[in-house]
Design a protein around this ligand. Structure first.
Ligand SMILES: [Zn+2]
Length: 646
């Protein structure tokens, strides 16, 4: 999951990991293997021949370390999560752990009834605000956890005062002359609130029904309803026309005959309407967003060299004139005589290796937006005015037709734009790339992979395809999600990725692995590999976990994640294929802005193949026969999808 793609794992192991694996085969798993396989008999023999002490245990190589550790400590109670002094804003918490299945585990005297065959558990407990003490007992062992629940609501005002950190702007902001600037505060009810800014007094009024939206992760637990905010919110807006620094706004609060004043932490600046500050993107792909922080959604990345007028600032973000925001440190700022604007007269397409490249000659590299749909892709060139009479586009293996539309505006400040719509000959799109070569924009649209047909293809149906497999996490710094035994996600993602690699090679594909061992990779390293390797498909292999308020005991199943429309069909197909062929629960198909779903150069899908934290699913995850079946089903699914998308 997103939070576990962070470099450092926040699930801290505080006990030596312990293997509590029972050395018997699970009759349920056994019958499922037989029932769901068309080669039941063969697999039956396969299973019998491997009913051995390791049949249900973790793949040996990765496991020795863990087993040795556990033998040396002689402990049988292990809690993988949370850590003994965990802090959270969640109103509940799950305990992920294991103990010998023969003896009970109690939490504050209450027996944990639901445990897997190997003794794993994942109960949830409610949390009071403040400290919560849990005593976990098993035989003569005891672990004490002190879990602190912090409030996620802004603090309420105490006495005649504004709530702490409630005044805006919280950081320095800059706006255009005449633009609306809004102020907010949390204060006691029935108060008179106003803001003094550059000799202008702005009244703030109490807002009815202010609601908070839960974080993005709430979608993963199905718990994303708005919640009413505590505290009285006051808001008011005004315009400032005069350019220059207006300083920190001063808030005034009057209630029951008493008055207090307090300055907002951020300063307000009004930008000059005649001196033009321009930002030039200095990184390969500038991250454009809908607002001035990482909580805002991403827009089409801005290629290196893009130039645009700065129309606003907030903290370390810049607002560009086409509407997107970018971090100042991804740009170079300079002043110019006029805002960057371009006309466009022509466009020319040509065939390159495995793709069609369209060149848009411009006077200045302008901001762009891409939208992908069924059988079309649109490219918008902002701050651009059409003077186009001719476009050359011969009959093309990929592009059916190119239409274009000017987007008009009636003011000089808001520049026109030009939108190009590429109608395509194929349902499936295989990736694209955008970059500036000087002031010329290059759009590369990839052709379908040259999958070879004929006799060879019957046995090796992926011949001609290059597939990138990204085994999630890796190295001691990036363990990924933690399981009841402490066995880390990074190990099983590698095992399954290698099995998948073998299956894909057997089917004729060329496979590139982002890691083959314990390489320490950041998500951006993996993304770079995808962009350099230019595979036909990219799959990132992960196992899942939940935020603290999730139900670890009752959440299981396969999840698939996509971002660009070109990856949607593959995500849905593989999801349904795995759920059906392996008889696994469906956790769901998710549009999700993840580092490993964002690459546009190829359809990129992230797979969450099960929940590490679920006691029952973890046993399926670690079963080596099931891992083999999973890899085979994934490879078969890819073959079927490639066939269906031809
Ligand atoms: Zn992961």
């Amino acid at each position: 999951m997103k939070q576990y793609q962070l470099k450092k794992n926040n699930m801290v192991n505080f006990n030596p990991p312990l293997m509590a694996t029972k050395q018997v085969i699970n009759p349920k798993v056994f019958s499922k293997i037989i029932a769901s396989s068309t080669l039941g008999l063969m697999i039956l023999f396969g299973v019998i021949s491997t009913i051995c002490p390791n049949a249900m245990s973790q793949n040996n190589g990765d496991n020795n370390q863990l087993q040795q550790d556990s033998e040396s400590t002689q402990k049988s109670l292990f809690i993988a999560y949370p850590s003994p002094n965990h802090q959270t804003t969640s109103d509940r918490i799950f305990f992920i752990g294991t103990a010998t299945p023969e003896a009970e585990v109690t939490v504050n005297g209450k027996v944990i009834n639901e445990r897997s065959r190997s003794g794993h558990f994942a109960p949830s407990f409610p949390l009071q605000i403040g400290e919560n003490i849990f005593t976990v007992r098993h035989q003569n062992e005891e672990i004490i956890l002190k879990i602190t629940r912090n409030s996620n609501q802004p603090p309420l005002p105490i006495g005649i005062a504004f709530s702490q950190d409630s005044l805006t702007p919280a950081k320095d902001i800059a706006r255009m002359p005449g633009e609306l600037i809004c102020f907010q505060a949390i204060a006691p009810p029935n108060a008179n609130i106003s803001v003094l800014l550059a000799a202008q007094t702005i009244p703030l009024l109490s807002q009815s029904q202010v609601v908070n939206l839960p974080g993005n992760l709430a979608v993963l637990t199905g718990d994303n309803q708005p919640v009413p905010s505590a505290g009285e919110y006051y808001q008011g807006c005004a315009k400032a026309e005069t350019p220059g620094e207006l300083g920190q706004p001063e808030f005034k609060l009057s209630v029951r005959g008493k008055t207090v004043t307090q300055k907002a932490p951020g300063k307000v600046t009004i930008l000059s309407p005649t001196t033009f500050e321009v930002a030039e993107v200095t990184v390969e792909e500038g991250v454009a967003r809908t607002g001035p922080s990482t909580t805002y959604s991403r827009l089409t990345p801005l290629p290196k060299g893009t130039k645009a007028l700065i129309t606003g600032k907030e903290a370390d973000y810049l607002r560009l004139d086409y509407g997107g925001w970018i971090k100042a440190d991804e740009t170079r700022i300079f002043t110019d005589a006029a805002p960057p604007r371009s006309v466009i007269r022509s466009a020319i397409a040509r065939q390159v290796q495995g793709a069609t490249e369209i060149r848009f000659p411009l006077q200045v590299p302008v901001p762009i937006t891409v939208e992908q749909g069924d059988r079309y892709l649109t490219l918008t060139l902002h701050n651009t005015t059409a003077q186009t009479d001719t476009i050359r586009l011969d009959d093309d293996p990929l592009i059916e037709r190119l239409d274009w539309y000017p987007i008009l505006t009636s003011t000089v400040e808001n520049e026109q734009a030009v939108r190009y719509k590429f109608y395509l000959k194929t349902d499936q799109q295989w990736g694209y790339k955008l970059k500036y070569d000087g002031t010329t924009l290059l759009l590369t649209l990839r052709h379908p992979p040259a999958v070879q047909s004929g006799i060879v293809s019957r046995y090796k149906p992926l011949t001609g395809m290059k597939i990138l497999i990204d085994a999630g996490h890796g190295s001691e710094n990036d363990l990924g999600a933690t399981s009841p035994t402490g066995y880390p996600e990074k190990n099983v993602t590698l095992i399954v990725s290698k099995l998948l690699q073998d299956e894909l090679i057997e089917r004729g594909a060329r496979v590139y692995m982002t890691r083959k061992a314990e390489e320490d990779l950041y998500p951006k390293d993996r993304v770079e590999m995808i962009n350099q390797q230019v595979p036909d498909l990219a799959l990132s292999v992960h196992y899942n976990a939940l935020p603290d308020y999730g139900d670890a005991l009752n959440t299981q199943g396969i999840g698939t994640f996509w971002y660009h429309p070109q990856a949607h069909s593959l995500a849905v197909f593989l999801h349904n294929y795995l759920v059906e062929k392996l008889d696994r629960p469906s956790y769901g198909v998710f549009w999700n802005n993840l580092a490993l779903t964002r690459p546009a150069i190829a359809p990129s899908v992230l797979l969450e193949l099960g929940f590490m934290i679920n006691p029952y699913e973890f046993e399926w995850i670690m079963n080596s026969q099931e891992q083999q079946k999973l890899a085979k089903a994934l490879a078969d699914g890819i073959v079927e999808w490639v066939k269906s998308s031809e």
